[in-house]
Design a protein around this ligand. Sequence first.
Ligand code: 2U9
Length: 333
Amino acid sequence: MEAYRKEIEGLEIVTPQQLEEYRIKFLGTKGIVKSLFGEMKNVPNERKKEFGQVLNDFKQFAETKYETAKEQSAGNGQQAVEEIDLSLPGDAMQTGSRHPINLVRKRILDIFNRLGFAVADGPEIEDDWHNFTSLNLPEHHPARDMQDTFYIHQNPDWLLRTHTSNVQTREMEKGKLPIRIICPGRVYRNETISARAHCFFHQVEGLYIDEHVSFADLKQTLYFFVQELFGKDVKVRFRPSYFPFTEPSAEMDISCLICGGDGCRVCKHTGWVEILGCGMVHPKVLENCGIDSNKYTGYAFGMGIERIAMLLYQINDLRLFSENDVRFLRQFV
Ligand code: 2U9
């Protein structure tokens, strides 16, 4: 007991955890005090009284130590609470940043919104009619090979849309004219992944159908668009092209933003970079969707958002957009 007394005297009990450890060790149901009382049965009768007194003294000593430490420990806690300075600023929360694809999409949509285009949306899993056949791409049409397609196992008629043109055909089928819509969205193509291609990417397509819509309207609208997006100094040129859903069709280039048209690596020393495809909606597409092609005409265009973002931010690898590396993503605000 003398040894235990010395141990208790030397103990420094500060934290609630130390206090609880002390209680269990000395005063608990399997603690030292209890086990010393258990020794009573081994003490000869004539010495029991004396041993009992010593034991009671020791028990009281151990309990007093507990009570004193308990009061001190409660006091320490109080002090700690009082020392918290609530006027200090909190830890800053880490906020994310917008994805570059979303930033560029917003810039594109804002420009077309100002021109009166409404945003339209549609399904990413689509049927053959809305993605291909209605757009003058019947089965076995060679132009289908331009857009290598993911098909859905359960139903050969279902696929992942290869462009957002399905949104436009669905809008046309509603039969409400005129139509002036802009259709952003994710599209899928079965491409080998590289710095310049991916199995999914993002598009913005536009469609304007009314009486007397002309190629001049198309040119003027797209010229306004690129001036708003890339600046007033940008030059444009249209090159004849082919798409099954537009006739005539064209691709639009802008003067290279990097070299101003002198020629550099980005523009492959031509001074021009391609940014979108466009054309007058093919009369067959209008008829397929129930629109009288003798009364109405329309123009359409399509662009890849990744491509525009790569030009705007000088990004040279398409894969960066979908790798979710925060060192890349946090650069865009
Ligand atoms: C309807 C009628 C016509 C949409 C068009 C393009 C030309 C085009 C490409 C640009 C780069 C796809 O993202 S890309 O690979 N698009 O060149 N898209 S005309 O024409 C339509 C759409 C819907 C009903």
